[in-house]
Design a protein around this ligand. Structure first.
Ligand code: SF4
Length: 293
């Protein structure tokens, strides 16, 4: 049961009543959306030709020190408050604008509202629902989304407890994320694509290579290959890491990834089909100032 009262939507399981209190994510029981619009910067099968109908939620259940979206991820009250009905209208408007899919970005902490919105919008939605998340998901939550989500886009950020802890994540992040990915793959089945190449079903795991983190990246990919059949998912290997100037990050997080680091990880990605970013992907601003629909 996905509820704000008490909240166990993510594995932090704070157990607070979010109508009157807040847990680790710092969010109340009113969903806040930072931006919504057509996004062309996702993987080719996600953005397609007409763009992905992306809805960016404020707040986050993780607190990565290098988050490029830190202005919205660290403030659950940023953006605009939306009701379930408003969120449903937003999804339908994105569909009307030609979006290939509805791409829910970091929605876990607002799932009661998101599910209510999907219940309202689904009779008219004809495009796949994508769940774009940090990978730190509870088994009950993933199971509860089985009938709502067509394509899962989880991160696998770290392969070891040490790397997770070094970046402020829970020590159990790798174990929890790998278990969640296995469950997502079991629920969604193998990747499926429309005639135009856009994804309609399955799991695309994202791994961002971090500066100084190549050994952990290799471990993460090895563990991923041991956990799920590589043929049953796609891998998106990302080299866009850019330290946000405003965060003044200490080494090694204060620099971009070297070609040696990225190429090392790319070799470890050999068992997987998928997508890889070029060096051109490095840039200060990941989230563009999208228009609202
Ligand atoms: S969604 Fe927020 S309040 Fe709920 S368990 Fe996770 S961190 Fe805690």
């Amino acid at each position: 049961m996905l509820t704000y009262t008490p909240c166990t939507l993510c594995p932090r399981a704070c157990g607070v009543d979010r109508t009157v209190s807040r847990g680790f994510c710092g969010c109340g029981d009113v969903a806040h959306v930072a931006r919504a619009g057509l996004h062309f910067g996702e993987e080719p099968p996600v953005s397609g030709r007409r763009g992905s109908g992306t809805v960016f939620f404020c707040g986050c259940t993780l607190r990565c020190p290098f988050c490029q979206n830190h202005r919205i991820s660290r403030d659950g009250d940023a953006g605009r408050p939306v009701s379930a009905a408003e969120l449903a209208d937003l999804m339908l408007a994105l569909q009307d604008r030609g979006a290939h899919n509805i791409n829910l970005v970091t929605a876990t902490h607002y799932l009661p509202t998101v599910i209510a919105a999907l219940d309202l919008a689904r009779p008219q939605l004809r495009i796949p629902i994508l769940y774009n998340c940090g990978g730190y998901e509870s088994p009950d939550t993933v199971r509860a989304l089985a009938d709502y989500v067509d394509v899962w886009l989880p991160d696998l950020k770290y392969g070891t407890a040490e790397a997770a802890l070094a970046c402020g994540a829970p020590a159990d992040y790798p174990d929890v994320a790998l278990a969640a990915i296995a469950q997502m793959a079991a629920q969604a089945g193998p990747p499926a694509f429309a005639d135009d190449g856009t994804v309609t079903r399955g799991v695309i795991v994202r791994h961002l290579v971090l500066p100084g983190g190549r050994r952990d990246s290799v471990t993460a990919l090895e563990r991923l290959a041991e956990t799920v059949d590589p043929a049953a998912i796609r891998l998106s290997l990302m080299r866009q890491y850019t330290p946000p100037a405003a965060l003044h990050l200490a080494p090694p997080l204060g620099r971009t990834v070297t070609t040696f680091e990225y190429d090392t990880v790319r070799r470890a990605a050999a068992p997987f089909d998928g997508y890889a970013q070029s060096a051109d992907s490095v840039g200060e601003q990941f989230v563009p100032e999208w228009d609202w629909v």
